[in-house]
Design a protein around this ligand. Structure first.
Ligand SMILES: *Cc1c(COP(=O)(O)O)cnc(C)c1O
Length: 386
C-alpha cells in the first residue's frame, strides 16, 4: 500500500520515500548535484535535467509534506518567506487586492509594504479572528486571503472553514500559514483552504538547524504555478536542507504531543501568577476563541504568550531564564523565549502593534521537549527574581 494512504505516524516516516533502488539505502540520499546527464539532446535519463527545476531529495520532501497535509501537491522553498512570496506571485497581478491577517508573521508585513506595494498589489490588514471584518474587506479585486492561525504572537484563532467560504464566494484563494499548528494539530486543506504554507524552519524540521518553506495544495493549477515559481524565481532549498526536514518530520507525531504537554505545564505556572498580567494560549478556557480552537485543532500547540506589563520587566524576564534561551524562532526541541515587540515584530509599525494587542511587555515562549519539571522551575525562578 502507498504509505501516503496510511495513518499520520506512518505517513510521517514513509510518505514520499522508499529504499534507494540502486543500493537499498533505507534513508533518502542527499542528491548533491546541480545537473543530470542526458542520453541524447532533450532526453534526460531519469526525468531530471537541472536541480533548480527538480531534485530527487526535494521531490521526496514535497511528497512527504503533501501527504501530511492531506494535499496532492507540494513545493519546497528556501524559506517560509520565499514560500509566501511564491503565493503572491502565483495568485496576484498588479491591481489585485489581498486581505492579510493583521497579526501574521512580521516579515509578511514588511514584504507587502516594502516590496509588493511597489508592484501595484493592494492589501488590507484585517483581524481575521473576526469574520465580519473579513467580509467587510472583500472588494471586487480581492484574489487572495492569507491567514495565520494560531497567530504570532497574539494567539488569535481564525475559523478556516468560514474564511474558505468567504474567499470562494468572492472568487479568491485562501492560504493558511500552518507553521504554529503543524499538520499534526490542524489540516487546513481538509477545512477548505486552497493552500497551506509552512516555515519548515520551525516544527517540521524541529531541530533549529536549517531555514526553509513549503506550499501544499490539492489544486493542480496552483501547484503548477508554485513549480513555475521554483524554476523561474529560483528560491529553492538545497538538497541537504530538504533532507534535514525529512528527518524532522519522521518524529513530528512524537514531538508534538510532548510539546503540547509541556506547554500546558508552563501555562499552569503562568496562569494566576502574581507577576503575570495575562496569558494567551488557545487551550485556556479564558481564551476568547477557545471553543473554535477546540473544534479546529487536535491540541493547542506549544506557543505561549504572556504579558508582564512593561518593556523593562519583559526584557528583564528574558534575561533571567536559564533553560529557555533568548532567541528568535520557534518550534525546535529546545525552549526559547523572545520579546516580539522589539525582536520578531520590530519592523511592524508601533501603532499597528498596539492595535493588535502586541505590547512591549509581551513575552513569547516556544516550549520545547525538555523535562517538564525543569521548564516549570525555570519559569518560576525567573518570575521570582523579577
Ligand atoms: C518563521 C515564520 C515565518 C517565516 O519563515 P522563514 O522560514 O523564517 O522565512 C512565517 N510564518 C510563521 C508563522 C513563522 O513562524
Amino acid at each position: 500500500m502507498d504509505p501516503a494512504a496510511r495513518r499520520f505516524g506512518t505517513r510521517a516516516i514513509h510518505a514520499g520515500q522508499r529504499p534507494d533502488p540502486t543500493t537499498g539505502a533505507i534513508m533518502m540520499p542527499i542528491f548533491q548535484t546541480s545537473t543530470y546527464v542526458q542520453d541524447a539532446v532533450g532526453s534526460p535519463r531519469g526525468g531530471y535535467d537541472y536541480a533548480r527545476v527538480r531534485n530527487p531529495t526535494r521531490d521526496a520532501l514535497q511528497a512527504n509534506l503533501a501527504a501530511l497535509e492531506n494535499g496532492r501537491y507540494g513545493a519546497a522553498f528556501s524559506s517560509g518567506l520565499a514560500a509566501t512570496e511564491a503565493i503572491v506571485k502565483t495568485v496576484l497581478n498588479a491591481g489585485d487586492h489581498l486581505i492579510c491577517g493583521a497579526d501574521v508573521y512580521g516579515g509578511v508585513d514588511r514584504m507587502l509594504r516594502h516590496v509588493w506595494e511597489r508592484f501595484g498589489v493592494d492589501f488590507d490588514f484585517v483581524n481575521t479572528g473576526d469574520l465580519d471584518q473579513v467580509r467587510a474587506a472583500i472588494r471586487p479585486e480581492t484574489r487572495l486571503i492569507h491567514v495565520e492561525t494560531p497567530s504570532n504572537p497574539t494567539m488569535t484563532i481564525t475559523d478556516i472553514a468560514a474564511c474558505a467560504a468567504i474567499a470562494h464566494e468572492a472568487g479568491a484563494v485562501l492560504s493558511v500559514d500552518n507553521t504554529f499548528a503543524t499538520p499534526f494539530l490542524q489540516r487546513p486543506l481538509d477545512d477548505g483552504a486552497d493552500v497551506v504554507m509552512h516555515s519548515t524552519t520551525k516544527f517540521l524540521n524541529g531541530h533549529s538547524d536549517m531555514i526553509g518553506g513549503a506550499l501544499l495544495t490539492n489544486s493542480g493549477e496552483l501547484a503548477e504555478g508554485f513549480h513555475f515559481q521554483q524554476k523561474t524565481s529560483g528560491a529553492i532549498p538545497g538538497p541537504f536542507d530538504c533532507w534535514l526536514v525529512l528527518r524532522g518530520t519522521k518524529t513530528l507525531h512524537l514531538r508534538m504531543p510532548a510539546h503540547c504537554r509541556n506547554a500546558q505545564r508552563v501555562v499552569d505556572v503562568l496562569q494566576g501568577h502574581d507577576e503575570v498580567e495575562s496569558v494567551r494560549y488557545p487551550g485556556l478556557e479564558s481564551h476568547p476563541q477557545h471553543a473554535l480552537a477546540r473544534r479546529q485543532m487536535r491540541d493547542f500547540g506549544s506557543m505561549v504568550s504572556f504579558d508582564l506589563g512593561t518593556e523593562e520587566r519583559a526584557n528583564r524576564f528574558a534575561g533571567l531564564t536559564e533553560v529557555f534561551q533568548l532567541a528568535e524562532s520557534l518550534g525546535g526541541v529546545e525552549s526559547l523565549v523572545s520579546i516580539p515587540f522589539s525582536m520578531t515584530h520590530a519592523s511592524v509599525p508601533d501603532k499597528k502593534k498596539r492595535e493588535i494587542g502586541l505590547g512591549p511587555g509581551l513575552v513569547r515562549l516556544s516550549v520545547g521537549v525538555e523535562d517538564a519539571d525543569d521548564l516549570a522551575e525555570d519559569i518560576e525562578q525567573a518570575l521570582a527574581r523579577l
